[in-house]
Design a protein around this ligand. Sequence first.
Ligand code: ADP
Ligand code: MG
Length: 383
Amino acid sequence: TVRSAADTDSLHTTLGVLGGGQLGRMLVHAAQRMGYATVVLDPAPDSPAGQASHNQIVAAYDDQTGWDQLAEACDGLTTEFENVPAAALEYLAARKPVSPPAQAVAKAQDRIEEKRHFTACGVRCAPWLAVQTEADLEAAAALLPGILKTARMGYDGKGQAVCHTADELRQAWSNMGRVACVLEQKLALALECSVIVARGADGHIVNFQPQRNVHHGGILATTYAFEGAVPVALSDALVEATRRIAEGLEYVGVLCVEYFVLQDGSWVVNEMAPRPHNSGHYTIDACEHSQFDLQVRTTMNLPLVQPRHHSPSIMLNLLGDAWYRHGERIIPPWEAIQQLPGVQLHLYGKQDVKPGRKMGHVTLTAATVDELQDKAARVAGLL
Ligand code: ADP
Ligand code: MG
């Protein structure tokens, strides 16, 4: 497709986003700073991105009337929501320039397809088997202990069960409604990392340096993004693998790939997200160009540049739990936190506070890693 968006100036150009969550909100912020108008499609009238966007189309993700309105309203389109029906992206792509491509999103939506893609790119996964039949279930028991994961729709550790015995595995599959799953061997992780790349329609790829992630209960808690957070030799290998994965998909847009590093220093790929990622939120405050800036650039076919990471950084996720102390609702100590220099509070405008729900994040930056660690200890003590 020939893209018209980059040929005109951004004042008369609209970026469209499928999905109205926090990723869409930060994307809309980045687009607006560059002068674009924005339109968001989401079923919730008061969505985090809808609140910040010039326009929101309130429609279900599978509503064709909504797709038509969105295509009509925008010059370039992207998604912030990975479970958007691939059919929606195909439909829209016939009308306006869309990235990422529908086929790449379809692969990322299905753990079986995703792992096959990694293998085809020569990047190793944890030992795994597809579980779609009774016979698969029997065979998969050989990998135990493992984690049974639904092939589709899982996020933040949802749709997963740790299994130690064949009985537990059978029970877990039955609890999941015997839908298509993968069983992955449960590995002893030394660390978890992720790598974010952006690839343009011309095939040019830029990347952020790998960051180290700590999860609690399957949900990202903290991201460490500074030199030394991930060993250098490992970093190079992970960037190389991520570039291969993006190229193999003929990807256009921002792609994040998660990795597991094992106790012996070896590593495997975990999963990919065809969009900006929670582990890249620090790039807003710590890099010359954020992951959202790069997503705007790929969507509107603007040049990609290698972003320089200018400040050591740590990101702390704010889950709904921060609004509770001993079961009582509280207001977190924003004032005390914001008294510290180099601490940026990002709240997503979600009115409904629930434990485990991603409500916002805090990014810390400092001149040195020592200073950063001190600051992190102080903020953690306040939350
Ligand atoms: P989600 O789509 O919910 O992010 P993941 O597959 O990334 O699902 O799993 C969430 C977290 O669970 C991972 O970040 C990791 O901490 C843990 N985990 C997942 N798979 C494994 C595994 N095979 N071995 C050990 N830990 C795992
Ligand atoms: Mg994950």
